[in-house]
Write a protein that binds this ligand. Sequence first.
Ligand SMILES: CC(C)(COP(=O)(O)OP(=O)(O)OC[C@H]1O[C@@H](n2cnc3c(N)ncnc32)[C@H](O)[C@@H]1OP(=O)(O)O)[C@@H](O)C(=O)NCCC(=O)NCCS
Length: 145
Amino acid sequence: MAVRLELVTQDNVREVIDLSVAPGQEEMVAPNAISLAEAYVSTRAWPRAILSDDDLVGFLMVALPTEEHPVWYLWRMMISADHQRSGFGAAAVRLVMEEARSSGATDLYVSWVPGEGGPEPFYRGLGFEPTGEVHGIEVEGKVAL
Ligand SMILES: CC(C)(COP(=O)(O)OP(=O)(O)OC[C@H]1O[C@@H](n2cnc3c(N)ncnc32)[C@H](O)[C@@H]1OP(=O)(O)O)[C@@H](O)C(=O)NCCC(=O)NCCS
């Protein structure tokens, strides 16, 4: 399994929009069409398709650091229902961690919806710990790089 992050292009944008999470997970992450619309109007979005070999398996989007918010923030993260629990999500987050580290960042931030069936065990398994901040209903976590 070779997981990589690729640009979202005219060739794959429809396929990225069609990716969906499992029933019951819809509250955990915005639909990819919404994320891509936000990327279009944001000055700090870094959207990427997640591929395993040549299969599209997911989508993520980072908010890159700015003067006002000088941190790498994993803003959106999803693996399609039929590709979950195969290690793709963890591999993709590790690629973001490498990217952030190589650009000089010392931490990677994320926030998650807490509770049953949510991604907290996934992030904790990658070393993220709650910072104590809460954004709306979402718990903020960070991992040292
Ligand atoms: C969270 C998500 C991205 C994980 O992706 P994934 O490819 O399934 O995760 P991985 O296979 O890499 O899992 C790595 C480890 O994380 C943990 N993990 C992953 N999903 C989990 C779940 N639903 N419940 C408990 N632990 C989980 C496990 O320890 C797993 O290792 P294991 O399979 O060997 O037990 C995916 O479940 C998803 O898209 N969920 C819906 C959207 C979402 O919640 N996004 C996060 C927004 S903040």
